[in-house]
Design a protein around this ligand. Structure first.
Ligand code: GTP
Ligand code: SAM
Ligand code: SF4
Ligand code: SF4
Length: 330
């Protein structure tokens, strides 16, 4: 079967699956405090459906599967999802991006089911600030989740931080010190226009350059060569000569779309060929109407065939996609 190659020669090997749109937090750059209307239950893919579609993707050359959301840990049968994906042939590498709340209770079971590593999002180390940023007093849970992931061997544990001007941008150095102390790999992310409120404001975004400026007040940073980056969103820097690194994901000011190898499947069964795609390909309806694997594979290929060269955020006339981050899976 031919793989998922787009018009620009980009080969897709990474499938990001949103297993739920529900979330335990309300990060201000993602959704409003009152949340967003959740997807109706009957539109959400069952474990069997997720595994079947992932199997089709694997037959098309997908090698890595990332579980995301919403908050993936809110999916009650998450361990079954992981086990089902791990049983695919050839077996993909399975990782997860999470806010860490509840991970202390499930890390070992997820590892035993076949999860190999996790990325945990944490934007501050201060309790009051966490509450202000995520609208929930759960910093202890997130920290316990990070610790449990490392203890369970879900390594490397990567941390994701979105810096916001006047909100947590004074914590860049503290967060890196914390990561270095515990051997976690920290990455700073530029805020993207994907929030449900459509309140993104370029002037509030801390750019990759600004992130580096703040870190260089305390650390010497040396960029790793471009070849080492491959299709990863994070540009890595050695900290004080290494071996520890820090990453910068500058999606807005330094887009990495030219090497994109990602395709997404939403919790309600839509393929998205880009985070910023304004259109989607419905897999759920054909799946539930008896489509064959070959027919589903054609839909994957069609979606990738229509993929645009980049996100267009910096072009005039850019329109934020109607589907917010929490329903896409970052
Ligand atoms: N623009 C853009 N941002 C992305 C893409 N993939 C991930 N991100 C963003 O990068 C940040 C970190 O994402 P993660 O889920 O940790 O994924 P990752 O950085 O690819 O993970 P690793 O493979 O572990 O390095 C999040 O804010 C994502 O939304 C992408 O394809 N395009
Ligand atoms: C949408 S979340 C889903 C998984 C999980 N709930 C979490 O927070 O890790 C995935 C990643 O996207 C990031 N993210 C969410 N909204 C963002 C935005 N507007 N710009 C940049 N990154 C964002 C989060 O910080 C997180 O690292
Ligand atoms: S970024 Fe993740 S944890 Fe925060 S509200 Fe969005 S989905 Fe939830
Ligand atoms: S914005 Fe779209 S094209 Fe660019 S890297 Fe992300 S998913 Fe790929």
């Amino acid at each position: 079967m031919t793989g998922l190659v787009d018009r620009y020669g980009r080969v897709h090997r990474d499938l990001r699956i949103s297993v739920t749109d529900r979330c335990s937090l309300r990060c201000t750059y993602c959704m409003p405090e009152q949340g967003v209307p959740w997807l109706p239950r009957d539109t959400m893919l069952t474990t069997e459906e997720v595994v079947r579609l992932a199997g089709v993707a694997v037959s098309l050359g997908i090698e890595e599967i990332r579980l995301t959301g919403g908050e993936p840990l809110l999916r009650r049968d998450l361990v079954d999802v992981v086990a089902g994906l791990a049983a695919l042939d050839p077996a993909p590498e399975i990782s997860m991006t999470t806010n860490g709340v509840g991970l202390d209770k499930t890390a070992a079971a997820l590892r035993d089911a076949g999860l190999t590593r996790v990325n945990v999002s944490i934007d501050t180390l201060r309790r009051e600030r966490f509450l202000e940023l995520a609208k929930r007093d759960r910093i202890r849970d997130t920290l316990a989740g990070i610790e449990a992931a490392a203890a369970a061997g879900l390594v490397p544990v990567k941390l994701n931080t979105v810096l916001m001007r006047g909100v947590n941008d004074d914590e860049a150095v503290d967060l890196l010190a914390f990561a270095l102390e515990h051997d976690y790999q920290l990455r700073f992310i530029e805020q993207m226009p994907l929030d449900a409120q459509h309140a993104w404001d370029r002037s509030q975004m801390i750019t990759g350059e600004e992130i580096l400026e703040r870190l260089r007040t305390a650390y010497e940073l040396t960029p790793l060569p471009d070849e080492a980056r491959g299709s990863a969103p994070a540009e890595l820097f050695l900290v004080d000569g290494g071996p520890a690194t820090v990453g910068v994901i500058a999606s807005v000011t330094m887009p990495f779309c030219g090497t994109c190898d990602r395709v997404r499947l939403t919790a309600d069964g839509m393929i998205r060929n880009c985070l910023f795609a304004t259109g989607e390909t419905d897999l759920r309806t054909p799946l539930r109407s008896g489509a064959s694997d070959a027919e589903l594979a054609d839909l994957f290929r069609e979606s990738i065939g229509a993929k645009l060269p980049g996100h267009g955020i910096n072009e005039p006339g850019f329109l934020q996609p109607p589907r917010p981050m929490s329903r896409i899976g970052g």
